[in-house]
Write a protein that binds this ligand. Structure first.
Ligand SMILES: Cc1cc2nc3c(=O)[nH]c(=O)nc-3n(C[C@H](O)[C@H](O)[C@H](O)COP(=O)(O)OP(=O)(O)OC[C@H]3O[C@@H](n4cnc5c(N)ncnc54)[C@H](O)[C@@H]3O)c2cc1C
Length: 265
């Protein structure tokens, strides 16, 4: 069987048993892309599933390439190295196989990098509010790694909602950026934190209703001044979109440009 594999695992950082940062080296360099875009990862059905996964919801065919979309967390520059932030769906077809990968293992990474969720599309001078649940923070990591230094004239914030402290992948990097760039603000918030967590414990919508962006980041909830990006859980995206609609936000699409950008996982 001809294998479509064209990339090698060069790093696998387990944030928790079910969340990982995956680094791959592609055989040929990928073209420059726009921060926020995604590509497709694939593995054949004959690959082993991770030891802590469950039974798959539908049996995969051993010779079929299982393919799914993943946002790219790397800097946008052309490179052989790409980084992804992936959570394991225990009964899923692809992710348990991705979690079974080890350093040096081969996989498929599409050469096409696509998507409308482009942070760099934001018109000049607009502030940027980036809201994520779970692995939805990945596109913002790409944006900050690529563009934070050249955006000193606008305010930017990441609001990251998760359940536990250990679910906050990129906490160190985002905290470091917030302490280095006065115009970048990082608001992690946990819904199921233990007593060691000194930070925020509200739902994302409650933080927004409390005007955390205006009060602590000088970012207005106003489509004439701020572009909002929502990435992750569809329920979060739905709830926050409805809240933003009250402020006259309109969803961005290819046909109708708007200041509200949504990517659902
Ligand atoms: C643009 C985009 C970007 C994304 N970026 C990321 C990212 O950066 N990180 C990340 O972790 N994820 C990301 N995702 C999600 C990712 O593409 C996969 O959907 C996810 O990883 C699950 O894949 P899987 O093959 O393991 O699970 P799947 O096999 O696709 O199953 C997913 C769930 O759906 C249910 N299901 C699916 N089909 C059926 C069926 N026929 N009957 C019953 N139940 C069914 C399963 O039970 C399971 O719970 C992104 C998705 C999109 C669209």
């Amino acid at each position: 069987m001809d294998s479509k594999y064209n990339a090698t695992v060069i790093g696998k950082i387990m944030i928790t048993p079910d969340i990982m940062v995956l680094r791959v080296n592609t055989d040929t360099p990928r073209a420059e892309f726009e921060s926020g875009q995604y590509t497709v990862i694939g593995l054949y059905g004959h690959e082993a599933r991770s030891v802590n996964s469950g039974e798959e919801h539908k049996e995969s065919q051993s010779d079929k390439l299982i393919q799914r979309a993943y946002s790219i967390a790397s800097n946008r520059a052309s490179s052989n190295q790409m980084e992804f932030y992936i959570s394991q769906v225990k009964d899923g077809q692809l992710t348990p196989r991705v979690f079974g990968l080890e350093q040096g293992d081969r996989l498929y990474v599409s050469e096409r990098i696509v998507g409308m969720f482009k942070l760099s599309d934001t018109p000049k001078g607009f502030d940027i509010a980036m809201v994520a649940t779970g692995t939805g923070v990945a596109p913002y990591i790409s944006f900050l790694r690529s563009h934070i230094a050249e955006n000193s004239d606008i305010n930017m914030a990441v609001i990251h909602g998760a359940a536990h402290q250990w679910d906050l992948g990129y906490y160190s990097e985002l905290s470091f950026l917030a302490s280095t760039f006065p115009n970048f603000h990082y608001f992690p918030t946990l819904t199921d934190a233990d007593e060691t967590w000194q930070g925020r414990k509200l739902w994302i919508k409650e933080l927004l209703e409390d005007e955390i962006l205006a009060n602590e980041a000088n970012i207005a909830t106003d489509p004439e001044k701020t572009h909002f990006f929502l990435c992750g859980n569809p329920k979060m995206a739905e709830g926050i979109s409805a809240w933003l609609n009250e402020y006259e936000y309109e969803k961005h699409s290819r046909k109708v440009p708007g200041a509200l950008h949504v990517e659902e996982f």
